[in-house]
Design a protein around this ligand. Structure first.
Ligand SMILES: Cc1cc2nc3c(=O)[nH]c(=O)nc-3n(C[C@H](O)[C@H](O)[C@H](O)COP(=O)(O)O)c2cc1C
Length: 146
């Protein structure tokens, strides 16, 4: 069964609600194994065991969180060759401006040659029903692509 790895930094209740919506979205798809790992603990073994990845982070000072950056620092060279073409999706949550964070993720996933299989999801402010539905849809889209 294909395995979807969710690498997330979840430092607040709003982001926890988003992460729960990710689980709900993946649960809509049959025959996909889900592995959920905090970005500060995920490493090359998690990534190499995955058939696709969903990245989730808050925007922090116009960039991805330090936690997600740490994940990329950890996996970049060990996984550079083996993960070329890896399907991925991404969500970023911020107060008002996620553009820099999304750009930073685009840049590093481009260097890794991963394949984006769903539109990046930018969430700002409180995550209401509409936003959480968009998160479920993102997670399901990435899961279906595996
Ligand atoms: C150090 C720090 C830097 C932040 N930088 C940004 C930023 O550049 N853009 C943005 O939209 N939000 C920024 N935020 C807000 C966080 O993205 C937000 O707190 C996080 O997504 C959690 O959402 P919540 O506070 O509504 O629970 C920042 C928060 C912190 C603590």
């Amino acid at each position: 069964m294909p395995r979807l790895l969710v690498v997330h930094h979840t430092p607040s209740p709003a982001l926890q609600a988003v992460l729960e919506a990710v689980r709900e979205g993946v649960a809509l798809v049959d025959e996909v194994d889900l592995a959920v790992r905090p970005a500060l603990s995920a490493g090359p073994a998690d990534l190499l065991a995955a058939d696709g990845v969903l990245l989730g982070t808050p925007a922090n000072i116009g960039y991805m969180s330090g936690a997600l950056k740490h994940f990329f620092d950890t996996v970049y060279y060990p996984c550079l060759d083996a993960t070329a073409g890896l399907p991925f999706g991404v969500y970023v949550h911020g107060n008002d401006d996620t553009a820099g964070a999304l750009r930073s993720i685009e840049r590093i996933t481009g260097a890794l040659r991963w394949k984006q299989v769903a539109a990046p999801l930018s969430l700002t402010g409180a995550a209401g029903p509409t936003e959480l539905e968009a998160v479920r849809e993102l997670a399901a889209t990435v899961a279906i692509s595996l």
